[in-house]
Design a protein around this ligand. Structure first.
Ligand code: GDP
Ligand code: MG
Length: 597
């Protein structure tokens, strides 16, 4: 199609406001799939996404829409994740677009990620179209929500399109608005080719598959392309679009979004943010890529069986192609052996990565407690970044420890404001700002990142009956009184169980941790002493009593099938056990800190 008849847009929203459902309706309306192929949330193609009902990876779709003006438009749109951990995924998708649909649940109103994602789109100079969704719900109040959008975000929203992605009401209005309001892409069809790699993944048959936005020129099958960062050239096997099934089109023209497969077998062969050009008549400069993103939370991840180490390393390399926010380096733990220290954008990201590694690469892994990164100034003047409690320098060598502080934006209905403030104070927060917007209050707090990444979000939700929403980002490092709390099992310090805590919480957390571990470590043939210590000072002690003979007898009595079941359970349980000295420690024990207030 001509540039005039192309529209590229992303769908952005707070989680659960209906992005994926709206995507389904757009596909259905434009006939991208037959009724038989149309199943719920077609774009959430990972099993993990379906089970959790969330979008993790952005997905692109190309549709054709016959508009009221008589023209047929090519719509390239990208459904994006809503969770704060995946903001990076959102901003990359936006780089491929001229516009964004800001979906807002007309019952819930504006929430924290509605604001954050909208600002990201505005900063990138995108045309933002508010769409009030879920108007079929009895509690939907589109007028109030329009005002809220204007009041809190400051974009025009009176007269915004209204729809129900569930019933299909208003979908045509959405499509007409897209065609009328979102500008067509700009670009030079005759200029040297420049295509931005928005996403890449590794396919075991075809090699690297890259999702690109062609800014200038075009890419055809059989073209010789060049990856600008490496200078390597490849012959294009296939180009095409997702409609939403992968469909070869033979060519991607200026302004279009689609995939390129060029037999690239090196995992890092075509990294996200890179530019593709043609080997002949190359562009002289790459397009501006993406900001490198820094992980916020680090954890040690170890294969349960050390035989899996090589497979684990290979899996990480492949996964990091698809998830460029993933950072990792080898780690050697006294307790857990060889593994990797992995950096994540947040706790959800950490869970997702662990699950993807286990499912997509069939690995059994043990993850240690996550920790933020501390800036440590040593007495000798040296400054080191510490992302692992066991790597904290000796107390006598430390001049000061600086912890990461985030700026947290919280939106909460007035009636829960008191609870939210109490929570923020408990978590060592400092109020920065507060403003009233109708029934909602926007509160800004500076909070230690360590407190936010742990249980803050769950606490916020429960203290506000689910109504408060949160967005946060790193602000700065601040000197703070932090201490390492060690855990000893039968007198041996277990590096993988150490934590760094603020001095005010260190005693309490150490004690609670020792208690939790007592519950989590199964009884064995001997007593297990668990101690929490700060330096050489033991602050708590618990004991897992040895298993008595008659308990064993009871277990193994009874009928055969029950016995088999028990053995099976034990076997499964074993998978997630790690031998620490002569004690078997289950996965949950390494994450016990997450259960400690
Ligand atoms: P996302 O997180 O923004 O992708 O949201 P989803 O598309 O996964 O939708 C979240 C939930 O809202 C799902 O249970 C949907 O069925 C529901 N939902 C989405 N759109 C509508 C709508 O227009 N009306 C109603 N009643 N429910 C909707
Ligand atoms: Mg979704």
């Amino acid at each position: 199609p001509k540039l005039d008849h192309i529209r590229n847009f992303s769908i952005i929203a707070h989680i659960d406001h209906g992005k994926s459902t709206l995507s389904d309706r757009l596909i259905q309306y434009c006939g991208g799939l037959s009724d038989r192929e149309m199943q719920q949330q077609v774009l959430d193609s990972m099993d993990l996404e379906r089970e959790r009902g969330i979008t993790i990876k952005a997905q692109s779709v190309t549709l054709h829409y016959q508009a009221d003006d008589g023209n047929t438009y090519q719509l390239n749109f990208i459904d994006t994740p809503g969770h704060v951990d995946f903001t990076y995924e959102v901003s990359r998708s936006l780089a491929a677009c001229e516009g964004a649909l800001l979906v807002v649940d007309a019952g819930q109103g504006v929430e924290a990620q509605t604001v954050a994602n909208c600002y990201t789109a505005l900063e990138m100079n995108l045309e933002v179209l508010p769409v009030l969704n879920k108007i079929d719900l009895p509690q939907a109040d589109p007028d109030r929500v329009s005002e809220e959008i204007e009041d809190i975000i400051g974009i025009e929203a009176v007269g915004a399109v209204q729809c129900s992605a569930k019933t299909g009401l208003g979908i045509k209005d959405v499509l007409e608005t897209i065609v009328k309001k979102i500008p067509p892409p700009e670009g030079e069809p005759e200029a040297p080719t420049q295509a931005l790699i928005i996403d890449s993944w590794f396919d075991s048959y075809q090699g690297v598959v890259s999702l690109v936005r062609v800014k200038h020129g075009s890419i055809k099958a059989k073209d010789k392309i060049k990856v600008m960062s490496t200078g390597q050239t490849y012959e294009v096997d296939k180009v095409g679009v997702f409609s939403p099934k992968a469909t070869n089109t033979g060519e991607l023209k200026t302004g279009e979004v689609g995939f390129v497969i060029a037999g690239i077998k090196e995992i890092k062969g075509a990294p996200v943010g890179d530019t593709l050009t043609l080997a002949k008549n190359s562009a002289d400069k790459p397009l501006p890529g993406f900001k490198r993103i820094k992980p916020q939370v680090y954890a040690g991840v170890f294969p349960v069986s050390s035989d899996d180490y090589e497979d684990f390393r290979d899996a990480l390399a492949k996964l990091s192609l698809n998830d460029s926010s993933l950072f990792y380096e080898p780690e050697n733990s006294g307790a857990l052996g060889f593994g990797f220290r992995i950096g994540f954008l947040g706790m959800l990201h950490m869970e997702i990565i662990q699950e993807r590694l286990e499912r997509e690469y069939d690995l059994d892994l043990i993850t240690t407690a996550p920790t933020v990164v501390y800036e440590v100034v040593k007495k000798n003047g040296e400054v080191v970044m510490v992302d692992n409690p066991s790597a904290l320098p000796a107390v006598n060598d430390i001049d000061e420890i600086r912890e990461p502080i985030v700026e947290a934006h919280i939106l909460v209905p007035q009636e829960y404001l008191g609870n939210v403030i109490t929570l923020c104070i408990e978590k060592r927060g400092t109020q920065v700002n507060m403003s009233y917007h109708g029934r909602q209050v926007a509160v800004v707090y500076e909070l230690p990142m360590a407190e936010v990444v742990m249980d803050f979000f769950d606490r916020l939700k429960s203290t506000s009956r689910g109504y408060a929403s949160l967005d946060y980002s790193f602000k700065r490092f601040q000197t703070s009184n932090m201490q390492r709390v060690d855990i000893l099992i039968n007198g041996e310090r277990v590096d993988a169980l150490a934590i760094i805590s603020h001095i005010d919480f260190a005693q309490g957390r150490g004690r609670e941790l020792a208690e939790k571990l007592k519950e989590l470590i199964p009884r064995q043939m001997f007593d297990i002493a668990i101690q929490a210590a700060i330096g050489n000072h033991v602050i708590a002690r618990t004991t897992v009593k040895q298993l008595r003979k008659n308990v064993l007898a009871k277990c193994y009595g009874g009928d055969v099938s029950r016995k088999k079941k028990l053995l099976q359970k034990q076997k499964e349980g074993k998978k997630r056990m790690k031998q620490v000295g002569n004690v078997e420690v289950p996965q949950e024990a390494f994450l016990a800190i997450l259960k400690v207030g």
